[in-house]
Write a protein that binds this ligand. Sequence first.
Ligand code: ADP
Length: 495
Amino acid sequence: MTTPVFQNYIDGTWQPAHNGQTFPNHNPATGELLGHFPLSAASDVTAAVSAARAAFETWRLVPAPKRGEILYRVGELMTRHKEELARSMTREMGKVLQEARGDVQEGIDMAYYMGGEGRRLAGYTVPVELPNKTGIALRDPVGVVACITPWNFPIAIPTWKMFPALVAGNTVVLKPAEDTPLSALCLVELLYEAGLPRGVVNLVFGPGKPTGEALLQQSHVDIISFTGSTETGRHVAVEAARMLKRVSLELGGKNAVIVMDDADLDLAVEGILWSAYGTTGQRCTACSRLIVHRAVQEKLLAKLVPRMQSLRLGNGLDEDVDVGPIINAKQLAKVHNYTALGQAEGATLVTGGAVAHLAGELAGGNFYEPTLFTGVQPEMRIAQEEIFGPTLSVLTIDSLAEAIQVNNNTKYGLSSAIYTQNINAAQRATRDITTGILYINAGTTGAEIQFPFGGTRGTGNGHREAGIAGLDVFTEWKVVYTDYSGKLQKAQIEE
Ligand code: ADP
C-alpha cells in the first residue's frame, strides 16, 4: 500500500507546500508510517493568513445564530464520525481508545456549547448617568486568529480555540502539532462538510520552525492562541509583544494530588492512577506530585504500587491496554533523563524507571514503565519541573498547612486535588490553593467545557479557555451610547 500524501487547506483548496517539501507522521506505538504532510514555509503561511483576512470581511457579517448553526452541524458530524476520529487519533498519538473517544467528545461538547452561544454571545447593558441616553456593551470579533496547538489533545484543543473564535465572527489559521496532523485534517474536513464558507478556517502543517515561527511574524494575525510548552510559550509571548498582538497562552503544569490522613484511600488510589498514568502522564492536568500525609503514606503506597505495576502497556487500539506509548523518541528520552535526575537528587525509585521493550509489532514503540519516586523534597527538580510522562513524585507532609504550602510552591498553577473527609480541610484548601482548577475527592484531570480552563503563575498569561471566559479571548468589547435628548449632554463633567 502506498503511503498517503496530505495537503494544506488554504482558501477552500487542498494544496501542497509551495516548495513541495513534506514531513512524515508515525504511529508512536509501532513506528508505522501513517502519511506525509506538507512542511509549510513562510509563503504558505502568508497565503493562509491572507485567505483568513479576506474571509473575515464576510464571515463577521454572518449573523451569529447562523455561525452557531454551522458549529451545531459540526457537532452532529463529529458525533457520527466519533469512532473513526478516535481511531485515527490513537494511531498517530498513542492514547488508549477510550481516552481518544473522550478527546473527540470534548470537541463535540464544545461544538454544541459554542453553537448555542450563537444565540447568546451576551454583552450587557447597565443604567447610564444622563437622561434620555442608553449604553450597551457589545462583543465584536477581533479578526484573524492563529491557533498553534500541541499533540496531546489533537482534536479537543483545536476545537477549544477555533469554536469560540468562529462563533464570535473571527477567522482562523490552524497550525497543529507536527506529531498529530491527521486529527486536525479530519476535523477541518468536517467543518467544511458542515457548511463553513471557504477561507474561514485555513490549515497549515509543519513544525515549530519554520511553520509556527512564520505564523508568529504575520502582521495580519490579530490574536495568537497557543497551547504547548512553557519554553515555546514564552517565545510566543515575546514575539506577540513585539508586534502588540493579543496572545492567550496555555502552558505547563506540575499538578498535585493531596491525600490527607482521613482520606478514603481506595478512592484516592483510583484518582491517582487515572491522573498520573492516564494518557501516559501527557496531559496538562496530569498529576505528577503526590503530597501525602505521613500517617497514611505506607498504607496508600501499599495499595497504589501493585496497581501501578499491573497497568498494561501497549497499543492504544487494543481495548485491554491501560497505558499507551509516549509521543516520540525525544520525549521518551526526556522522561528517562528525569528518572536519572531523580536518582541523582537522592529520591528513591520504588518502581518503574525504565524504557519498556515490548515484543512483536510494538518493538519499535516508545513505551515507558509507570514510575514512582518516594523521598522527594519540594525543591528537587523532579518535584518542580514538568516531565510530561508517567512519573510520579511522592512528597511527605505532616499537616494541611504544609500540604497547601508544598502544593502552591511551583512555578505552575493549573490543577490540584485533595482527598479528605473533613469539610473544614476541604474549605481551607478551597480558600488557599492557588491553582486554576481544584478537585475535592477526585483526581486532577477531567475539565468540563462549560467552565473556564487554565491556571495561575507560569501556566499561562491570565486568560482562560472554554466557558464564557473563552469568549473573552476572542472578542473586543465595543460600547455604544445613544443620546436621544436632542441636546449636547456632557458625561462626567460638572456644569
Ligand atoms: P511540545 O513540547 O509539546 O512539542 P511545543 O511548545 O514545542 O511543545 O509545541 C507546541 C506547538 O507549538 C506545536 O504546534 C509546535 O509545532 C509549535 N511550536 C514549536 N516551536 C514554535 C515556534 N518557535 N514558533 C511557533 N510555534 C512553535
